[in-house]
Design a protein around this ligand. Structure first.
Ligand code: ACO
Length: 323
């Protein structure tokens, strides 16, 4: 049975680091409030001339270097993003060109903060169906471009960045002992569109718009839905939570992450945390966390890793893989 295994990871964070205190003289907020309510201490913001594709190319190059592969050996590029450089062409084709690839295919996927989980499920299905042997998956965002800097309930939460993963086909036995992606679980419910959305777009205002969120309602859905989706994916993989070595959650809010880990009966030592340093980088948050933890040598071959995320839509899901 064909499985999609992780061959390499990489990431890029823009140079500019903005501490919580930066917001204090602009808004009625404080470092103390942001840390206590979210766990965020700082975030990176892209330079004015840096676009999402620039971040994505740098993360992709790092992932290729880590995997020991050249761009010429990649069959497909998927970029999960909600902050593309342009309405079209896709960021993925810009990354493809930036890597010097003239073959294969590239496309963007938009499921907001759940984008990378959706992209992993997408690439897994393509690899298993034989459409591609090696897929370069990137989560890249410049959420600083869609912030309302007068809204303290949102602009302190988000950051910019990109993470990338190279997936490669490998033969497995079809059991939960295989390496690679073992199970996925995707969900969405469009009746919740007003909880988290951007108030602009090509076919509505003709502008990019700003992010709007009813944070406390999203919070409640997140706590309820993230553990559920992780349990469903683990069931499908034939594993239980005792067998999980690492939880790699979407890095939106430390309190959501702690509540999810508690519902899954996982100690926080098994949870990868980057939220303090990155803030919420939407679709980039999981590949950033995977890459940071991998660079620290935390994942050992055979470890069971669960990634989960929720975002605008609402859209949410999880992936279970064996490192
Ligand atoms: N500084 C100080 N006070 C603030 C700030 C701030 N930055 N932001 C909000 N407050 C205030 C509110 O105005 C409110 O004041 P009031 O009681 O006088 O009205 C008070 O703090 C409490 O507000 P809540 O929204 O209830 O606070 P909560 O504890 O829920 O924290 C937060 C807000 C951090 C946004 C939280 O709800 C959250 O993290 N939600 C989920 C975010 C998320 O996971 N989104 C999904 C992914 S994002 C994506 O898909 C793009």
């Amino acid at each position: 049975m064909r499985r999609a295994i992780v061959r390499g990871t990489g990431h890029y964070l823009p140079e500019r680091v903005v501490e919580n205190s930066w917001f204090e003289d602009k808004l009625d907020t404080s470092d103390e409030w942001i840390r206590a309510r979210t766990g965020i201490e700082r975030r990176h913001f892209a330079a004015e001339e840096q676009r999402t594709s620039d971040l994505g190319i740098l993360a992709a190059q790092a992932a290729l270097a880590d995997s020991g592969l050249e761009a010429g050996q990649i069959d497909a590029v998927i970029v999960a993003t909600s902050t593309p450089d342009l309405t079209f062409p896709s960021v993925a084709t810009m990354v493809q060109a930036g890597l010097g690839m003239r073959h294969g295919f590239a496309y963007d996927l938009q499921a907001v903060c759940a984008g990378f989980v959706y992209a992993l499920a997408n690439a897994d299905a393509m690899i298993r169906a034989g459409l591609a042997d090696r897929v370069l998956l990137i989560g890249a965002e410049t959420f600083s471009r869609i912030m309302d800097w007068t809204d303290r309930g949102t602009c302190v939460l988000f950051g910019d960045g990109a993470g990338a993963v190279v997936l490669e086909a490998a033969e497995g036995q079809g059991t939960s002992a295989d390496r690679g992606i073992l199970a996925t679980d995707l969900n969405s419910d469009g009746q919740y569109r007003d909880l988290l959305y951007v108030d602009g777009g090509v076919a509505s205002t003709g502008t990019a718009g700003h992010l709007r969120m009813q944070g406390n309602l999203v919070f409640r859905h997140a706590v309820e839905k993230l553990a559920d989706t992780a349990h469903r994916a683990l069931d499908r993989a034939g594993l239980n939570t005792d067998q999980v070595d690492w939880l790699v959650p979407h890095q939106a809010n430390l309190r959501i992450i702690e509540a999810t880990a508690k519902r899954m009966h996982l100690p926080m030592e098994k949870v990868v945390l980057t939220v303090a340093d990155h803030g919420n980088t939407s679709a980039a948050s999981i590949p950033l966390a995977l890459s940071v933890a991998n660079a620290q040598g935390r994942f050992k071959p055979g470890d069971v890793v669960v990634a989960e995320a929720i975002g605008g839509g609402l859209a949410w899901g999880s992936v279970v893989l064996r490192w």
